[in-house]
Design a binder for this molecule. Structure first.
Ligand SMILES: Nc1ncnc2c1ncn2[C@@H]1O[C@H](COP(=O)(O)OP(=O)(O)OP(=O)(O)O)[C@@H](O)[C@H]1O
Ligand SMILES: [Mg+2]
Length: 220
C-alpha cells in the first residue's frame, strides 16, 4: 500500500478537494483506494457520505476516519486489508500528530494558493516535512484560469524549495460536483477541471511508481 498525505498549515487551500479528486482518479485507474479523514471538521467524510448514501456494494474509494491518536495503527490495518493506496486529508494548522503521519508517507502533497499570504504560511509545515525526510511536492491550487501573474511569480519561489506538480485552477466544476458527492472528473469529465486532475494524477502516479521501484517492488 502506498500512502499519500496532504499536508498544510493554512485553511482553505484546497486540500480536501485535492484528496477526493485524486482518490477518485486513482480508483478509476483501477486502484483500491481508502480516503482517510483526520480533520475534525469532517469535510471529506461529509462528501463521502453524500456520495455513498443508498449505494450498494463496497465503495471505492472507501473512507476511514480514525482518531488522529490512532492513525499509525489505523494505517497498519488498512495495509493489512489489501488497499493499494491511502490518501490522508489533514486539518489546518500544524498538529503534533502530523509528524508521525509524515514519516509514514510515500509522498506528501503540499497544496498552496499562489498568494503571498499563502506562500508565507508554508514554512511552518515545510520545516516539518523536510524533517520527516519523505518525498514531497507542491501543488498550486485555486490559481486563476489562463495567464496568472500570481501563479507565474509563485512558481520559481516554490521551485527553489522543492518540486512543483501541475496546478488546479479555480473551476466551479470542483465545488459543484462536490455538492452531490462527486468529483469534477465524474460530473464534468470533459471539463478543464477534469483535465487538470488527470494531469496531476499522472504526475503523482509517476512519483508513486518511482517510490515503488526504489523499494524494489515490481509495478502493479
Ligand atoms: N480549484 C478550485 N476551484 C474552485 N473552488 C475550489 C477549488 N478548490 C477548492 N475549492 C473550494 O474552496 C473551498 C475550500 O476548499 P477545500 O475544502 O478543498 O480546502 P481545505 O484546504 O481542505 O480547507 P480546510 O482548511 O477547511 O480543510 C471549498 O468550498 C472548495 O469547494
Ligand atoms: Mg479540508
Amino acid at each position: 500500500m502506498k500512502t499519500i498525505m496532504v499536508a498544510k498549515q493554512k485553511g482553505g487551500v484546497g486540500a480536501t478537494t485535492l484528496a477526493r479528486e485524486l482518490g477518485v482518479a486513482a480508483a478509476a485507474a483501477g486502484k483500491s483506494v481508502v480516503l482517510v479523514d483526520l480533520d475534525p471538521q469532517g469535510t471529506l467524510r461529509g462528501w463521502w457520505n453524500r456520495r455513498t448514501e443508498g449505494a450498494e456494494g463496497e465503495p471505492n474509494p472507501a473512507l476511514a476516519a480514525p482518531p488522529p491518536a490512532r492513525i499509525v495503527e489505523a494505517l497498519g490495518e488498512l495495509r493489512a486489508s489489501g488497499a493499494d493506496l491511502c490518501i490522508i486529508d489533514t486539518p489546518p494548522s500544524v498538529h503534533p500528530f502530523l509528524g508521525a503521519v509524515m514519516r509514514l508517507a510515500d509522498l506528501i502533497l503540499l497544496p498552496t494558493r499562489a498568494t503571498t499570504d499563502d506562500l508565507e504560511a508554508l514554512p511552518a509545515v515545510l520545516d516539518l516535512v523536510e524533517e520527516s525526510g519523505r518525498p514531497f511536492v507542491f501543488v498550486v491550487t485555486q490559481a486563476a484560469p489562463g495567464k496568472s501573474r500570481l501563479y507565474d511569480d509563485a512558481l520559481p519561489a516554490l521551485a527553489q524549495r522543492g518540486r512543483v506538480a501541475p496546478p488546479l485552477r479555480i473551476r466551479a466544476d470542483f465545488p459543484v460536483a462536490a455538492a452531490t458527492g462527486r468529483t469534477a472528473t465524474e460530473a464534468a469529465p470533459r471539463s478543464k477541471a477534469a483535465e487538470e486532475v488527470a494531469a496531476l494524477w499522472q504526475f503523482v502516479a509517476g512519483d508513486l511508481a518511482r517510490a515503488r521501484k526504489r523499494a524494489g517492488v515490481p509495478a502493479s
